[in-house]
Write a protein of this length. Structure first.
Length: 223
């Protein structure tokens, strides 16, 4: 039976899994979950898949996993992919940056998305203090990334790994949420490199954009 992934095409987290699976040649059965209708927040979804009501969720036989990074590590180990590094040293670098991404980077981009876009769908205004706090954290992390990428083409090693996909996640919504990233030329160039050299990253961007822009237009929201 095919590996199933539950998620909404507008989700930057799902995008990381779809992209990684595509690169690894893993066929996924996609099960749509409409986040704009709250389909991940039902008691059925929470009790069966993820008590937090968040997606994506992967089902592979008896294995049910949430958290995109864990799903990508699971998939990479299943097929022995080099996306997770080929030596122990490389693998620890990949893991270091994946954990860093969750702790220092994506969490603040998600906060901005919730304030600037999520709240608009329920008729609320953004809290400027929360956005300011998140922007401060994003600036600090972007400066570290920009310096790290000054003499590197990819985050860990000299080729694409899961660390790149994890750190690229916030770019899925950054134009809509107006993240302050344009002052970091190495970061901007690295993101463009991913779009230019990783077809699945470009393809999933189109999917995310179509879904979110369509939902915004449908709700009459102009950012
Ligand atoms: N750290 C989690 C983030 C999961 C997450 O925030 N998912 C969002 C979509 S990107 C979601 O399902 N939101 C549904 C909701 O808030 O109701 C991961 O990487 O999987």
């Amino acid at each position: 039976m095919a590996i199933q992934v539950y998620g909404d095409p507008g989700s930057g987290s799902l995008r990381r899994v779809i992209t990684a699976a595509s690169i690894m040649g893993i066929e996924l059965e996609r099960v749509p979950v409409d986040l704009f209708k709250g389909e991940s927040q039902t008691s059925d979804f929470k009790s069966r898949f993820n008590p937090h009501g968040l997606t994506p969720v992967m089902v592979d036989g008896d294995t049910i996993l949430y958290e995109s990074s864990a799903i990508n590590i699971y998939l990479a180990e299943k097929v022995g992919s080099d996306l997770l590094g080929t030596t122990p040293a490389e693998r620890y670098q990949v893991l270091q940056w994946m954990f860093w991404s969750g702790e220092q980077w994506r969490v603040f981009a998600t906060l901005v998305f919730d304030e600037r876009i999520g709240k608009r769908f329920v008729g609320q205004a953004e809290d400027a203090r929360i956005v300011e706090l998140a922007f401060g954290k994003i600036h600090a992390a972007a400066a570290v990334l920009d310096a790290h990428l000054a003499d590197r083409r990819f985050i860990a090693g000299d080729r694409l790994t899961l660390a790149d996909l994890d750190i690229a996640g916030p770019f899925s919504q950054s134009a809509r949420t107006k993240l302050p990233l344009t002052d970091y030329p190495n970061l901007v160039a690295w993101q463009q490199r991913l779009l230019d050299t990783v077809p699945a990253w470009a393809e999933t961007k189109r999917e995310v954009d179509a879904r979110i822009d369509g939902a915004l237009a449908g709700a009459g929201i102009v950012l």
